[in-house]
Design a protein around this ligand. Structure first.
Ligand code: CA
Length: 395
């Protein structure tokens, strides 16, 4: 697997994927320059990297407080979350709504807060949405998903669908990404809780997993451990902190990316019942410099499609399908917090992976990347202030 190994190494710490935890800017800029040079040499050799189409960046909303994700409603409005706990409507005319009432309390601490919002495919008639967030207290918290009805800027009929277990006393590694499969079941990523990484290999608990449940919170009978041997919600295991989850609308393939420790961010192609290895196998090392594991592969553990050493701090993932950028059809678009750009990742029939860095002129940590119904790309930048940008084809 052709993976770029860069010369420049950066200090990283467990808080690096939230705002304020970065290095001296000069060091980072020097590192980015070196990596850009490395990219250029990679891109010149990568057949998949065609000439970048022309595009226009437009800021849709700014001065946002830790925006985390964006979603699209049938009438042209968007919903977005702020990790501090607000769900807001970004109206098609550009107005940003007041916080939606009735959102459950969230634990805004460390990496915790309000995470994903996903409208139901039947939103036009049922107004239902799904929300993921950090629930609980500093000493006892978990990733939780609720369903609710959104009407007149208020949530009603809030129903708890899933809460990861056991509760933990760390405000880190929540996962929190939601996606819906073609059969109408929901997938959620959960993190390993940082201090509980061994639990990612324990099938009986829902830390360090993807879990699958129905929109009423019931568990499908065809989940891998529905008949025993593990928690009946578990769908895949061995994950660290996945903040990217995307279903390819064309093929139904499910992709996940997850933060590695110091190095070892991964893209994985998910299959029910598979074990992705964390922390038994990893391409990263611990923040202290200690080895997490001497192994990068092991029988029965599914290797990543792609990995990054050092980490790019991947956040937000979508499979590009749309008419706006035909050259990018089928590409994975990966947001990068530390590297402050979007990576376009393609995979050839023989499995060879190529990457292209996009939108680095934004110059901000990328928290989320999505594809609008019209094919434009929508990017969310991290921190306070953060913004939402639209990227459409043409000058
Ligand atoms: Ca792995």
């Amino acid at each position: 697997m052709p993976t770029l190994t860069r010369q420049c190494r950066r200090h990283q710490n467990p808080a690096r994927d939230h705002a304020g935890a970065s290095l001296q800017r000069g060091l980072r800029n020097a590192g980015r320059y070196l990596r850009r040079c490395a990219w250029l040499s990679l891109l010149s050799a990568a057949s998949a990297a065609a000439e970048t189409p022309t595009y226009t960046l437009t800021t849709l909303a700014e001065d946002l407080d830790h925006p985390w994700c964006v979603a699209f409603l049938p009438d042209g409005d968007m919903l977005f979350t702020e990790r501090t706990g607000a769900l807001r409507v970004l109206h098609a005319d550009g107005r940003v709504g007041e916080p939606v009432a009735g959102v459950p309390p969230v634990l805004f601490r460390g990496q915790g807060g309000l995470f994903d919002v996903l409208p139901d495919p039947g939103f036009a008639t049922n107004q239902r949405i799904y929300l993921s967030f950090a629930h609980g207290t500093v000493s006892a918290n978990a990733t939780r998903v609720v369903s609710a009805r959104l009407d007149a800027n208020e949530l009603t009929d809030v129903q708890v669908l899933f809460t990861a277990e056991p509760l933990k006393d760390t405000p880190q590694h929540y996962g929190g990404k939601l996606a819906m499969l073609a059969d109408g079941t929901l997938l959620l990523t959960t993190g390993d809780g940082f201090d509980y990484r061994e639990q990612a290999q324990n099938p009986e608990v829902t830390l360090g997993k993807t879990v699958r449940f129905r929109v009423d919170g019931s568990l499908p009978a065809d989940n891998p451990f529905a008949d025993g041997g593990g928690h009946p919600a578990v769908w895949t295991m061995g994950h660290r902190n996945p903040q990217g989850l995307a279903v390819d609308p064309a093929s139904g393939a499910v992709y996940l990316h997850e933060h590695g420790p110091r190095g070892g961010d991964e893209i994985n192609l998910l299959a029910a019942g598979s074990n992705y290895g964390w922390p038994a196998v990893t391409f990263g090392i611990d923040y202290s410099g200690a080895h997490v594991s001497p192994f990068t592969e092991w029988p029965g553990m599914t290797p990543p499609l792609h990995y990054w050493v050092p980490s790019i701090a991947a956040s937000g993932l979508v499979v590009y399908r749309g008419s706006e950028f035909p050259a990018w059809e089928g590409s994975l678009l990966v947001g990068a917090l530390v590297d402050q750009e979007v990576r376009r990742v393609t995979r050839a029939a023989d499995g060879a992976v190529a990457e292209e860095a996009l939108f680095s002129e934004i110059g901000e940590r990328i928290r989320d990347v999505r594809v609008a119904p019209d094919g434009a790309i929508v990017v969310v930048t991290d921190g306070n202030p953060g913004r939402i940008l639209r990227i459409a084809a043409g000058p």
